[in-house]
Design a protein around this ligand. Sequence first.
Ligand SMILES: Nc1nc2c(c(=O)[nH]1)N[C@H]1C(S)=C(S)[C@@H](COP(=O)(O)O)O[C@H]1N2
Ligand SMILES: [Mo]
Length: 509
Amino acid sequence: MRAGGHRGLGEVIGLIAVIAGLAIAQLVAALRNGLNNPIVSLGNRIIDHVPAAVKKFAIKTFGVNDKTALVFSILVVVLILAMLIGRISASGNQRLAYGLVTTLIAIAGAAALFDAGASLLSLLPSLAAGATAILILHWFSLKRAGVSHDQDGLSRRELFKAFTLIGVGTVAAAGVSKFLGDRASVQLQRLNIALPRPLKFLPPPPADPAATVPGLSTLFTPNSHFYRIDTALTVPNISIDTWRLRIDGMVKKPREFTYSELSQRPVFELDDTISCVSNEVGGYLVGNARWLGIRLDDLIKEVGPSAKADQIMGYSSDGFSAGFPLAALDGRDAMIAFGMNGEPLPLNHGYPARIIVPGLYGYVSATKWLTRIELTRFDLKQGYWVPRGWSALAPIKTQSRIDTPRSGTSVKAGNVAIAGVAWAPTRGISRVEVRVGNGQSAQWREATLGPELAKTTWRQWWINWEAKPGATEISVRATDGTGALQSSTITPPDPNGAQGWHTISVNVS
Ligand SMILES: Nc1nc2c(c(=O)[nH]1)N[C@H]1C(S)=C(S)[C@@H](COP(=O)(O)O)O[C@H]1N2
Ligand SMILES: [Mo]
């Protein structure tokens, strides 16, 4: 038997060493909130530094799965490197192999030092990963030296088996400990806390037209179906016991509040449709919820904003920030929300607290995992997305969407319901029109509007259509509560939200 062993054995050993290293790193990361797996830290740095164009491409291509795609890509690169390292180690060049591991660890460690709330401790997961990988490579190299004379492939196979077992065992252990560690406990806490009760509940919602119009969005978007957009590779796990909200900056009386202090203030309910600025015409990065929380304007008044301040900046525990005009607190029901559709905020949507400002896109207002509010100035501070090319001011544009029929599908000739939603928070929707066909003869017809919960929410709409065989286009346009017609000018989402009438093509058979 050659000293190098079976073909491919080096690569397998490299994989085992690195996977076990990552599992150990995961275990170490689970020991303390804020520590991250090296893969996650690398991903965080990529998210922070990729050019805006690439990020836009990723969101467009992978949609809300862009993070999974990113983690997966990093993992693939790391595993390819692992095989390379294994190969080098198997060929006898231990120094080069360990050198490469050390280099990888140095890069991952450096990445971790920029994670939110990083300290020297942030290096621990990477160091643990490196030490594990090198130990395993070393052990195999000793074994290899030991068995290279006895011509016996079996012992090598046994070794391989042993390490597969160790690898699988460590991955399982790391997963379990992570789960039991932070996530499960915060998840459990969330299930067990009672939301504060408003003095006055909003009336129960009216009958939902979606019940009788198949394919139409429901009046409220269930939390489980609500779109999620954020830069967080791992969802922050924040316990209400340790959570604090600091309000500072250009204020007379900076203050810090605990969860119970805030939730004992008068709470109210707000029906509000939030949207992502990245939502394309006809897109699904929009949802409607009944939020529960406290008034933001009252809170800001109490800390005494300086006359010089013109921006309210929310910061999250993971380093995201979003700023909007102080002047947006013009009486509208901006809130610090604790509840969403009758439940505490889901972890994905900002538990334990987030900001909701009716009428503004999420990236300038809706900070999830909120831990700090700073009164500042637009000429001093920019929120996370602004230096990345998005507008500093971003009111939600009037949009309308056809939910059914779906574009590119076929429908049977006869009576077909065309239906969808339209939104223009805080202006409301006063009219929705639908046009079938695009020729001279095509007429705009007024759709029936669903119930108006508030000027801040979307409105469902529907219309009956006598579909005749052939291919056709269907367009929709909305008029907001001020009487302004939705713009027909097609613009992309950047820098401040897509415009244009949603047009679909369907085939009638
Ligand atoms: N902490 C944090 N909050 C955030 C973001 C983020 O990346 N991090 N993204 C914002 C953006 S761009 C949008 S559109 C909304 C989306 O809120 P949702 O995920 O609850 O739908 O959250 C906002 N709040
Ligand atoms: Mo967004």
